[in-house]
Design a protein around this ligand. Structure first.
Ligand code: F6R
Ligand code: ZN
Length: 179
C-alpha cells in the first residue's frame, strides 16, 4: 500500500489552507465599505478586511472546505464582519467551526428575524439553508472560522443588500454593544 502525503494542509495557527487547488481571495475595504454603517476615511481603501480560502476536488456533487480569516478592525467603533449572504438554494446548509479568536455568527431568516451565536475556538455551528449568515470579529485578535458546504448552494448577496441585517455590532471601551 502506498502512503501519500495529504493533498492539503490546514494550518490552524497561521490561518491558511495550502494545496494545489486552493482558491484564495482578499476582501478589501473599498470593495465592501457599503456594508458598514459609516465610512472611515482614515482607513486605507486597500486595507484587507478579511480573506477566504477554499478548495474542492471537482466532480458532480462538489463539497467545499473553506477558511475565513477576519481581521480585528473597527470602523468608527463597528466591528469588522463578512458581507453576509443567503445561499441561492435555500435548501443548502453549511457548517462553520471556530478555529481561533472570538466573534459572533449572525443568522437572519427571510422574515427579518435575527439571532446570534458566540464563535470561539472549538465552537461548531450548523447553518440551515434558509438562514443568511454573517461573521463578526468581536475580539482583539484575528478571527478564523472553518466552513464546509456544497458548491450547489451558491451565494445570494442581493437579498442582503436589499434587506440588510437589522443589527450591528460595536465595540466601545472593550465592551460589545449591539444596536
Ligand atoms: C460559503 C461561506 C463562507 C463565506 C466567507 C465570506 O458559503 O459562507 O465561505 O463565503 O465567510 O463571507 P461572504 O461570502 O459573506 O463575504
Ligand atoms: Zn455560506
Amino acid at each position: 500500500m502506498q502512503i501519500k502525503s495529504p493533498k492539503y494542509i490546514y494550518d490552524f495557527f497561521n490561518g491558511v489552507i495550502q494545496g494545489e487547488n486552493v482558491k484564495h481571495y482578499k476582501k478589501l475595504y473599498k470593495e465592501i465599505d457599503f456594508i458598514y454603517k459609516t465610512r472611515d476615511n482614515q482607513l486605507s481603501p486597500d486595507t484587507v478586511m478579511y480573506e477566504v480560502y477554499s478548495f474542492n476536488e471537482g466532480g458532480s456533487n462538489i463539497l467545499l472546505w473553506g477558511l475565513t480569516v477576519i481581521y480585528p478592525i473597527t470602523i468608527n467603533g463597528e466591528c469588522n464582519m463578512t458581507r453576509g449572504h443567503f445561499h441561492e438554494d435555500r435548501e443548502e446548509p453549511e457548517i462553520y467551526f471556530g478555529c481561533s479568536g472570538e466573534g459572533l455568527l449572525l443568522y437572519l431568516d427571510s422574515q427579518g428575524k435575527i439571532f446570534a451565536e458566540k464563535v470561539f475556538k472549538g465552537s461548531l455551528h450548523y447553518i440551515h439553508g434558509n438562514y443568511a449568515h454573517r461573521l463578526v470579529n468581536t475580539g482583539d485578535d484575528t478571527l478564523r472560522v472553518g466552513a464546509c458546504w456544497r458548491e450547489a448552494a451558491g451565494h445570494d448577496y442581493k437579498s442582503i443588500d436589499e434587506k440588510p441585517f437589522p443589527n450591528r455590532v460595536y465595540k466601545k471601551d472593550g465592551k460589545i454593544d449591539i444596536a
